[in-house]
Design a protein around this ligand. Sequence first.
Ligand code: ADP
Ligand code: MG
Length: 382
Amino acid sequence: MKGINPYTPGAGTRPEPLGGRDQQVAIVRSLADQVDGGREANPIVFIGLRGVGKTSLLYEIRDMLRQRGWMAGYYEVRRDVEPGQAIRTIVTDSANELPNSKLRAALPGALARIGGMKLALGPAGVGFTVDTRATVPPDPYDDLVGFLRSLGKVAKDHGTGVAIIVDELQVFRKRDLAILIQALGALRDLPIMFIGAGLPYLPAEMSKANTYTERFRFERLDYLTAQDAREAIIAPAFKQGVTWDSAAADRLVAESDGYPYLVQLFASESWNAASGDTITENAAGQGLTVARRLLDSGLYAARYERLSEGERQYVDAMAELMPRTGKRVGSGAVAAHLGKTLNGLGPVRDRIIRKGVIHSPTAGQLEFSVPGFVDYVRRRNA
Ligand SMILES: Nc1ncnc2c1ncn2[C@@H]1O[C@H](COP(=O)(O)OP(=O)(O)O)[C@@H](O)[C@H]1O
Ligand SMILES: [Mg+2]
């Protein structure tokens, strides 16, 4: 009999084990080796579409670094958050998990009070508490650098490193992003490593913010290869003594295109549809039907409904043109179809890109950012 569904469709829901990302984890490990060896490491930022597995990868990296005894904290940027606030949260997050108790003991003294930021050891002696009433000054740059500098020195004295892990970097206001980048540039002599993630338009955005980004290493995170997708489908079930019919697994690999969120969703619904300890082609077919219905009322609908009227017209035009153009369509063709100029439509296109519905894989070309979305738009407008 089947046990609990082992699949993890969602946002930031890390599959166990995390497959297909060994290369990315190895890159960070070697950067950490560099830092531990007293050299500096360039900041690294993972770039990829929503649902491709950035957050899951960052969690994996955070845990890997913590196992090495590093202070590693994760933070997801939300709108209108100062970089100072982000750093405070990261420090709190990492300090709570500090494996190295000597380092932990050294922290409160060093970090008790730096500029507008206050950190104090909680009454239980474990977690840190952050004084949220402390005001962040209008120009937080000096405080931020001072704070990180103290933190980096404590880590250095204890022969370890600090990892600042920031997700959804594209959400930072440009000014705040610039402050953060500038601060990292000023701390290159300390064992502080920056690891970030963001949507594909982030690198262009960052280079506008500050020239120091030339030193950033951008790593693209792609869909899973067919082999890794297959493994992600089969391995979690196998651990519970459930096997996939080969054709059923193949079908899900093909239908998901290796897009991690769909891999999880399709596998999860197939699991639910199966009875006994084999997932058959028939169960996979039923699972796909349920999953499509969920997508139509969930992810696809949510993305479409976030669009304004003008943005919907643009997206509808793309969907109408695609039977002729394939997976991609030129922005010039969209403009012609709508009887407007390319320049006039630029701002609309950029807003849709920012909302994560479309992206531009090469200059002048556009693509929908989640497999199956084009069919949804057509069904919706039929
Ligand atoms: N390497 C992977 N293999 C299989 N599924 C994955 C992998 N990475 C992420 N996922 C799944 O994909 C979905 C999106 O992951 P998430 O990390 O939130 O992506 P992102 O942060 O890029 O939007 C989740 O359901 C997650 O379980
Ligand atoms: Mg994410």
